[in-house]
Design a protein around this ligand. Sequence first.
Ligand SMILES: [Zn+2]
Length: 64
Amino acid sequence: MEPEGKPCPFCHATDTEKQADFGTSLMVSRYYCRQCKSLFEAIKWGDTSQKLDLPGFLGPADEQ
Ligand SMILES: [Zn+2]
């Protein structure tokens, strides 16, 4: 269903192919755009702005 290629950030073509599973960091994959013949990197996990679900502040326990 989902196309293998990520859209090119330069020309927005989807005619791209994955070159490597890892780019300059572990969370990006390297892609090659056949349209404008440039390499680019795309973040694997789409949205990196995940909220950290931290537990609420726990008040001091009642001392007895
Ligand atoms: Zn391109």
